[in-house]
Design a protein around this ligand. Structure first.
Ligand code: PEP
Ligand code: MG
Length: 314
């Protein structure tokens, strides 16, 4: 038993029965070479806001090409999933202002920013495409805060028009989770952002410290959303990633795989424990754990049930 777990310590993510689950990194500002040195299959979420924050004007296309090129080169032949600018709400930008809003989390943010500032998005897509061509890296793009299949189609048209081959959207709004099948009809993959999906499913502001129980990623309602997306991905045969904080919890990662996640993206320190947990459970066991969590009556109950099933002696 010990030998098997050590053998699973590096390389691609797999369940105990060999079902692949890509283990990817969430990356933001920082040294791309350091990020690339971690044992991962690539980047599942490049938060590009770092390029735009604390500036009076947007970075030029040339500057963006330079930054993306360094990053893509550092990751060599591995996948890099670039999220287009997620401005607004908890990530305000002066040059992407969209007017006074009483409820910015429900306002013109994420992909919606392109309604007001289309050039920000088209410039960014052009820069990503140019850097991808220059490095030959496997680059995918995805848009944040997409709510409808029509928005997914609009983003896909823009990204493909810019010359990017693999296009997806984040699922972080309940409307998109409920219509995941139609959304997946428009794009090559989706990635679930559990941080915002929790906020919008539970109607609980993620920036408040006072509602942690509602924002708990083990909330059965949130897991039901994830299950809907996972089922749509399996029906369509298209990848469904998870890139919110939920993917970093090894027990919850097993549940997410049981719900149909085909990749998990997280900060680098979380990766070894998730890899280890996956390597000790078959996909069928993950499905059983998912059923336990989905049918629990509370987040604490879900966590308890799954913990007891995984660690019966503790
Ligand atoms: C999310 O919402 O879960 C997510 C991954 O994006 P961010 O935390 O950057 O909003
Ligand atoms: Mg988000």
């Amino acid at each position: 038993r010990r030998r098997r777990s050590l053998a699973g310590a590096v390389g691609p993510g797999r369940t105990a029965d060999g079902h692949p689950v890509a283990l990817l990194l969430n990356v933001g500002e920082g040294d791309p070479d350091r990020a690339a040195a971690h044992d991962s299959e690539g980047v599942g979420l490049l938060r590009t806001e770092f390029l735009f924050l604390d500036r009076a004007a947007a970075p030029s296309v040339d500057e963006q090409v330079g930054t993306y090129t360094r990053l893509f080169s550092a990751f060599g032949g591995r996948t890099v999933t670039v999220r287009t600018l997620d401005a607004g709400s908890d990530k305000p930008l002066s040059f992407a202002a969209t007017g006074e809003e009483d409820n910015p989390a429900l306002g013109v943010r994420g992909f919606r920013t392109a309604r007001v500032h289309p050039d920000l998005l088209t410039d960014q897509l052009a820069a990503i495409a140019a850097a991808a061509r220059a490095t030959g890296a496997r680059v995918r793009v995805m848009a944040p805060m997409v709510s409808t299949p029509a928005e997914a189609a609009a983003f896909a048209a823009l990204a493909r028009g810019a010359g990017i081959g693999e296009v997806g959207v984040m699922i972080e709004v309940p409307a998109a989770a409920l219509l995941a099948d139609q959304v997946l009809g428009e794009v090559d993959f989706v990635s679930i952002g559990t941080n915002d999906l929790a906020q919008y499913t539970m109607a609980a502001d993620r920036t408040l410290g006072s509602l942690p129980d509602l924002l708990d990623p083990w909330q059965p309602a949130l897991l039901t959303m994830v299950a809907a997306v996972g089922a749509a991905g399996e029906r369509r045969g298209r990848p469904v990633g998870v890139c919110g904080e939920a993917a970093a919890d090894p027990l919850l990662a097993l549940v997410l795989v049981g719900l149909g996640a085909t990749s998990l993206s997280m900060s680098a320190p979380a990766l070894p424990a998730v890899r280890y947990a996956l390597g000790r459970h078959t996909r069928a066991e993950c499905r059983d754990l998912a059923d336990l969590a989905l049918t629990a009556e509370s987040p604490a109950h879900a966590r308890d049930q799954v913990h007891t099933a995984v660690h019966p002696d503790l």
